[in-house]
Design a protein around this ligand. Structure first.
Ligand code: B12
Length: 313
């Protein structure tokens, strides 16, 4: 059998090759010469990598491609990983859980993926589970898929698995009646919705009500819905540069119907470098989800107070 002798959860060298784009021979040579990475071994001597090893190889590869000498690239990659490991919470075995999660999703093993997800939720709060497990796994799988080293089915399976978990978490956190409403949608043409879905879950866990409109929302539908439900804040997501362009008419339409309502935009397209949405009074969300959530809660608090006071009159 292919996996004989391998403890569950470690990544085999062929998968590491696909995740990093660094060939099997080079992986062995780097290990021998620079100690990057130093995978565990099974009793049978087979190499068993973790997601930290994958990060290390990706970083060394990136530095080498930028012209840094291999020995220097190895030192830098090792030092950076050690710093990241030192800053992690001591009780969280994130490396192995993330490794098992990644392996399970690339093998279409729903049960193993579910176990890794449940263990993370038992140990960590929802925000940490998103940041430590879901986001890096999506990036690992997605970058390898876009480079043609993992297939579309593996990306689709991972996205569908994660989408379903986010959906059930959102249902667990039922909003209190009268809570301020956060309206969430993706720009017209934008299919990337998982980041916004995470925000939807987190807002609900803060006690806010949310109306989630999902991917690819035409600007006209956004304005109509906003006028109808009168949200305390509108949160919009764009990943690609095209979506930012597509968002502009929607933002202008929204401003026309609700001139005072705070509008927050976020997503990869607004990140690095920070891109202005080009419509007055529209704010770009801080990049870390936790900071964006604090901003949303801060904006919604006066709306919450106003509703409570109205209710008690
Ligand atoms: C999954 C995925 C898909 C799935 C999406 C499934 C789904 N239901 O969402 C599908 C298959 C549809 C897809 C399609 C495409 N994709 Co794609 N995809 C990805 C992948 C692998 C993961 C994206 C993701 O969910 N990331 C995790 C989330 C949690 O991160 P995030 O979106 O950045 O969001 C974070 C923050 O920005 C924030 N956030 C997000 N929105 C908002 C909004 C607010 C208000 C706030 C406060 C915060 C916030 O929350 C998150 C947590 O930190 C990435 C790879 C990667 N490295 O990210 C590529 C990636 C995003 N895709 C890319 C591309 C190019 C495409 C396609 C054009 C490919 C193609 N040729 O067809 C199409 C475009 C489709 C479209 N028109 O939108 C590129 C985008 C490059 C760019 N900037 O232009 C990426 C980066 C891959 C790459 N390395 O090149 N993709």
């Amino acid at each position: 059998m292919e996996d004989e002798g391998l403890p569950s959860g470690g990544l085999k060298i062929a998968l590491v090759e696909r995740l990093t784009g660094v060939g099997v021979h080079t992986l062995r040579a780097w290990e021998r010469r620079y100690g990057v990475p130093r995978p565990a071994r099974t009793v049978g001597g087979q190499r068993l990598y973790t997601v930290d090893d994958v990060d290390l190889v990706k970083r060394m590869h990136g530095l080498a491609e930028a012209g840094v000498a291999l020995s220097r690239a190895a030192e830098t990659a090792i030092a950076e990983l050690a710093a990241r490991q030192a800053s992690r919470p001591a009780d969280a075995d994130t490396t192995w859980t993330r490794t098992r999660f990644l392996q399970a999703l690339t093998r279409f093993d729903e049960r193993a993926a579910h176990d890794a997800w449940s263990e993370t939720l038992e140990r960590r709060d929802v925000l940490a589970a998103f940041e430590e497990l879901l986001v890096p796994t999506l990036v690992d799988i997605g970058d390898a898929w876009h480079a043609g080293r993992l297939n579309e089915a593996q990306e689709h399976f991972a996205s569908a698995f994660i989408r379903a978990r986010l959906d059930s978490l959102a249902r667990v956190a039922r909003p209190l009646s009268g809570a301020p409403v956060v309206l969430l949608a993706c720009a017209e043409g934008e299919q990337h919705e998982l980041g916004l879905l995470m925000l939807n879950v987190l807002a609900r866990f803060q006690g806010l009500a949310t109306v989630y409109l999902g991917p690819n929302l035409p600007g006209s539908a956004l304005a109509t819905t906003a006028r109808e439900i009168r949200p305390a804040i509108v949160c919009l997501s764009a990943t690609t540069a095209d979506s930012v362009e597509a968002l502009r008419p929607g933002l202008l339409g929204l401003r026309a119907v609700l001139p005072e309502t705070p509008i927050l935009v976020g997503g990869r397209a607004f990140g690095d470098p920070v891109r202005a949405p080009g419509v007055d009074g529209v704010e770009v969300a801080p990049a870390p989800l936790g900071a964006a959530l604090e901003r949303i809660a801060h904006i919604c608090r006066p709306a919450e107070r106003a509703r409570t006071t109205e209710g008690s009159k």
